[in-house]
Design a protein around this ligand. Structure first.
Ligand SMILES: [Zn+2]
Length: 135
């Protein structure tokens, strides 16, 4: 996934807009289907593609619902509105303020890599090493 956007938006919002785009694409395909109603098989094909997009969008919406239950509700320290966090780092839904649940990451520059498994593994490795040094 490309996370190079200059303005970081919260993950839930991102997935939500993705699902919305899917619905529009589905409707567009069905509209093209109406335009090609003279060629019956083409119309049916466009309709099927359109319906598939809409179904996929429903699946994505359902997935957001599942994610939302897992997300941690917090009050944004910046705009003081309630928002939800997914993963260790996320952005506020309202003011796009980067947020973290991890004290160790506080004050660090916001980076999507803190959510990756590899980073977590590295962190664990580092902790273990520093633990061994003390012994
Ligand atoms: Zn905020």
């Amino acid at each position: 996934m490309a996370q190079q956007d200059l303005v970081y938006s919260s993950k839930i919002n991102k997935i939500r807009s993705f699902a919305l785009i899917l619905i529009f694409v589905g409707i567009l395909f069905m509209y093209i289907g109406i335009l090609t109603k003279k060629i019956e098989w083409l119309m049916v094909l466009f309709f099927i593609i359109g319906i598939l997009f809409v179904i996929f969008s429903c699946v994505v919406y359902f997935w957001i619902g599942m994610l939302s239950t897992k997300a941690i509700p917090i009050i944004c320290p910046s705009c003081e509105k309630p928002t939800k966090m997914l993963g260790r780092v996320d952005a506020c839904m309202h003011c796009k303020q980067p947020l973290t649940l991890d004290k160790e990451l506080e004050g660090k520059e916001f980076d999507e890599k803190y959510n990756t498994r590899r980073y977590r593994k590295e962190l664990k490795e580092k902790k273990r090493q520093s633990g061994n040094d003390k012994n």
